[in-house]
Write a protein that binds this ligand. Structure first.
Ligand code: SF4
Length: 504
């Protein structure tokens, strides 16, 4: 198909409606048509409208095209939630549901997550339970309302069960701290993070760390004075272990001083080519409890194609060094759907990972992120089909179960192959608190460093506020005091000064 036009009575919801259309039509160019715009010449036109009916809305959608009979769908929405924000959210659901019904008819396809896009499905599941539904009723509601498959609904409630005792909705004055190191040994082609190649940017490392130390110190003072308790600390990026052992030591010392009392400290040691014995020892001595060593795949050719400057053998060595240093919680990340890979490659990777016996496994589905080289040069790569990726994800799920792991968090991203998901698996008792907190959005996150986005949780209103730091390293160094000032009102309590009602 050449192009699609969306004609919307509610153009403010164009982005959400576009997400649903893309589930079915992928990268097909999509434009918004507003009243008064030039009549479009798209192959397909989708019209969205809604009108009040009783307490709710009647949503309608129509699809027309040159060589087809018009298709229509209607969805009568009675449940609208309470309060303006809730009602807006429910209305948005209604628009997406009717478009989903229309496009299911048009294509004959169904999606595993139904019309759920841009939403954390576990959050919705918690909400349904909090409304008084049983697990069975909530699963049925997800199926009936959003067309979520039975398998995905079961997965959600399995995750909620695994989170019991860790997830905490009573988050008043508790926060997690994220510290970003935006340097990596090289840049992976699929990367969309604010991470740069340390080989070309060494001159920025010291000034960056000086600015970061300053932000850590000042924000730590503010947080302690305002009575925040720190639940978990996470050093990510980038690859924190790309800096030297000495620099890591100094950084962790500063973090421990500024934010004492964390129950968990995690460091992304993602790239094996950034790890050595000294660094791992420095991490252990500084109280780091968890590390992540990420193969993504154990296929050396794919690693090379993806711009990762390490071999599968280095993964095995780095893992052994981490165990030798005493780490008892080691995560490994894999990506399903990497260019040129098949289900057989995933099976081979899983066999090699099994021999290492990690404590956590995180399985991502490849997402074509806008800022990535992979997206820019998409034509150069051959991507596995959605069916092949599904086989990979199923193989990973079976392997994790065989190793005694259970899924404990899940999230979805835009532009993901096959509309699947990312799942974190864990051995019993080895789940990462920070991962649960950030996915369930139960705790405020204080994010320090370039590209960090602090999130302030208002559970009573079921909403978040974000305070981003600039992504650019030079800008961050020059404007670190401004980054601190942006966070000050919330960190010092002037905007978060009341105990909040608990949702669940
Ligand atoms: S290691 Fe991670 S952060 Fe660094 S370039 Fe690769 S994907 Fe990006």
């Amino acid at each position: 198909m050449g192009s699609i036009t969306l004609k919307m009575q509610h153009p403010a919801l164009y982005s959400e409606a576009g997400d649903v259309v893309r589930l079915f039509y992928g990268d097909t160019p999509l434009t918004l048509y507003r009243e008064g715009d030039m009549e479009p010449e798209a192959d397909v036109m989708i019209v969205q409208r809604a009108r009040r009916e009783g307490e709710g809305y009647l949503h309608e959608a129509v699809l027309t095209g040159p060589d087809r009979a018009p298709l229509t769908a209607a969805y009568c929405q009675q449940e609208m939630g309470e309060g303006t924000l809730e009602q807006k959210r429910y209305f948005k659901y209604g628009v997406k549901i009717v478009l989903y019904h229309l496009l299911t008819q048009a294509t004959g396809k169904a999606m595993p997550w139904g019309s759920l896009t841009g939403i954390r499905p576990t959050k919705l599941a918690y909400e349904l339970l909090a409304q008084g539904r049983s697990v069975q009723q909530a699963a049925q509601y997800l199926k009936d309302t959003f067309d979520v498959s039975r398998e995905k609904a079961d997965l959600l409630f399995q995750i909620l069960k695994a989170q019991q005792g860790i997830v905490c909705h009573e988050s008043f004055r508790q926060l997690d701290v994220y510290v970003g190191i935006p340097f990596c040994p090289s840049r992976c082609t699929y990367c969309s993070f604010a991470a740069c190649d340390i080989r070309k940017n060494r001159k920025w490392v010291e000034p960056y760390l000086a600015a970061l130390h300053h932000e850590i110190k000042v924000c730590g003072q503010m947080a302690r004075q305002a009575g925040w308790q720190v639940r978990a600390v996470y050093l990510g990026g980038g690859t924190p272990t790309a800096i030297s052992a000495q620099q890591l030591c100094a950084l962790l010392e500063a973090v421990n001083l500024a934010f004492p009392g964390a129950a968990e400290v995690t460091v992304e040691a993602g790239r094996p080519d950034s790890i050595d014995r000294d660094k791992l020892r420095a991490l252990r001595d500084a109280g780091v409890s968890r590390v992540s060593i990420n193969p993504q795949t154990m296929n050396g050719e794919t690693l090379m194609r993806m711009g990762r400057t390490h071999t599968p053998e280095q993964i095995v060595q780095a893992f052994a060094l981490a165990r030798e240093a005493g780490f008892e919680a080691i995560n490994m990340d894999l990506i399903a759907g990497l260019p040129g890979e098949s289900a057989q490659d995933m099976a081979r990777t899983l066999r090699q990972i099994a021999a290492l016996a990690p404590d956590n496994l995180t399985v991502h589905t490849l997402a074509m992120k806008r800022a990535s080289k992979l997206k820019e040069e998409k034509g150069r790569y051959s991507l596995p089909s959605g069916e092949e990726v599904l086989k990979m994800l199923e193989a990973a799920r079976a392997a994790a179960a065989e190793w005694g792991m259970e899924p404990y968090y899940l999230y979805r991203q835009k532009y993901m192959t096959g509309n699947f998901e990312n799942i974190g698996y864990s051995l019993p008792g080895k789940a990462c608190i920070y991962n649960i907190d950030i996915m369930e959005e139960t705790h405020s996150i204080l994010a320090l460093g370039a590209g960090g986005i602090s999130k302030w949780v208002y559970p009573a209103e079921n909403r978040l506020e974000r305070t981003p730091n600039v992504k650019n390293i030079e800008q961050y160094i020059a404007r670190v005091d401004e980054m601190i000032a942006r966070k000050e009102p919330r960190l010092c309590g002037t905007l978060l000064d009341r105990p909040e009602t608990v949702i669940v």
